[in-house]
Design a protein around this ligand. Structure first.
Ligand SMILES: NC(=O)c1ccc[n+]([C@@H]2O[C@H](COP(=O)([O-])OP(=O)(O)OC[C@H]3O[C@@H](n4cnc5c(N)ncnc54)[C@H](O)[C@@H]3O)[C@@H](O)[C@H]2O)c1
Ligand SMILES: [Zn+2]
Length: 358
């Protein structure tokens, strides 16, 4: 396994990402009297033999991870419980779970008593290869995804890739989708590496671990330059505006990283139609992306609703949609896109033919 570590610089404080082959010893060291462990319900159920004895002495809160729980209304009972049990400013929250547990814990940590420390044990591929670094703390407001939040990094992140053994195949591919977007944005060399190692990642844990580590390395470079996402880091919205619209229109039945895989293909399709990339370049990326969304089908999508969602996306301004297009691998760029009849036709063609070509 890749027992590596890295330090991520942040305006708030630097923090370490530690790769371990067994999370138990580090967790035992982390838990102090008065701390509260926030744990994903499925993770607790699957790993109860290893977790429960550590949780005997400490208060823990179980989260049934869902987009509904990760909302302004959803965190209210969570904060109430913390206050009622006497959680104090010098106590810490220790999150064990995926992106949902992360966002709930990070958001709460950032506002409770003007900020408390938190630690993170990511248990999904998406959280390990992506969301665990970068400081973002987004929660949903009603149906509007990730509209509230700030930037508030944990004190330490501990990654044990053995957690990934128990993910459903769909959640695993969702994480692979998120990881793909880093490798495509990174450029030719990383794209080729991912193309060669994609299938191996499903069966060889040391290959997977190295891919996760490098995904964080790619992200770290941008996060350290632009932690508050005001410039260069925007590039990682590649696939995300279209992806978010798909997630919302399918009521989150298509997981985030699968929707992002399709979203990248849509961005590439528009880029090809606009003459920014040649068809061969589109096809090369399409082969890899299609592997990842597999047999996912899209329901009938009403284009007006699709564009309405793109406009509501927090990354859009006015009536233009703001998207990331590409001039090739490693050459993604942010651009406003006026919704012309041509763009509508290209998108409509894509959505109509999606299920046939999958
Ligand atoms: N803050 C950020 O920077 C950031 C970045 C990307 C995504 N996100 C957010 O992350 C969320 C998606 O994250 P996710 O895919 O980790 O979702 P998730 O936390 O909902 O986890 C997905 C599913 O996996 C289960 N699970 C978790 N660990 C498991 C394990 N080891 N074995 C078996 N099952 C396990 C969970 O119970 C859940 O059903 C979205 O809400 C997204 O907006 C946040
Ligand atoms: Zn994402």
């Amino acid at each position: 396994m890749c027992l590596k570590s890295m330090t991520v610089q942040s305006i708030k404080h630097p923090y370490n990402v530690l790769f371990v082959d067994d999370f138990v010893p580090r967790l035992t060291e982390h838990i102090e009297h008065g701390d509260v462990v926030v744990v994903d319900a499925k993770v607790l159920e699957i790993y109860k033999d290893r977790l429960l004895h550590m949780l005997k002495e400490v208060h823990y809160i179980i989260i049934e991870s869902s987009e509904k729980k990760k909302s302004y209304q959803g965190v209210e009972p969570f904060i109430k419980e913390l206050i009622e049990i006497g959680f104090r400013k010098n106590n810490r929250l220790i999150a064990i779970g995926g992106g949902v547990v992360q966002d709930i814990t990070a958001f709460t940590s950032s506002i409770l008593f003007r900020g408390v420390d938190w630690f993170f044990y990511p248990t999904t591929l998406l959280a390990q290869c992506d969301s665990c670094i970068g400081s973002k703390t987004s929660i949903n407001f009603g149906d509007y995804k990730n509209q509230l939040g700030g930037f508030y990094p944990p004190r330490e992140i501990v990654i044990d890739v053995n957690f990934l053994d128990t993910l459903t195949s769909l959640d695993f591919r969702s994480g692979m989708g998120e990881m793909l977007h880093y490798y495509l944005v990174s450029g030719e060399v990383d794209f080729q590496r991912m193309s060669h190692e994609y299938a191996l990642a499903f069966k060889d844990k040391s290959v997977l671990c190295e891919l996760v580590y490098h995904s964080l390395e790619i992200k770290k470079g941008y996060v350290e330059r632009d932690e508050f996402d005001q410039g260069p880091r925007n590039i990682f919205n590649y696939g995300h505006s279209f992806g978010h619209a798909i997630e919302t229109l399918t009521n989150y039945e298509i997981p985030h990283g699968i929707a992002v895989s399709i979203g990248m293909d849509i961005a590439n399709h528009l880029s090809a139609k606009m003459g920014l990339i040649v068809q061969d370049e589109y096809q090369r990326m399409h082969v890899l992306l299609q592997k990842n969304w597999g047999d996912t089908c899209l329901p009938d999508i009403n284009l007006d609703n699709f564009f309405a969602l793109l406009r509501k996306d927090k990354k859009t301004v006015g009536i233009e949609i703001n998207v990331i297009l590409t001039k090739g691998l490693g050459q993604m760029y942010k651009t406003p896109l006026p919704v012309t009849p041509k763009i509508t036709e290209w998108l409509s063609d894509y959505l109509i033919s999606f299920n046939k070509s999958s």
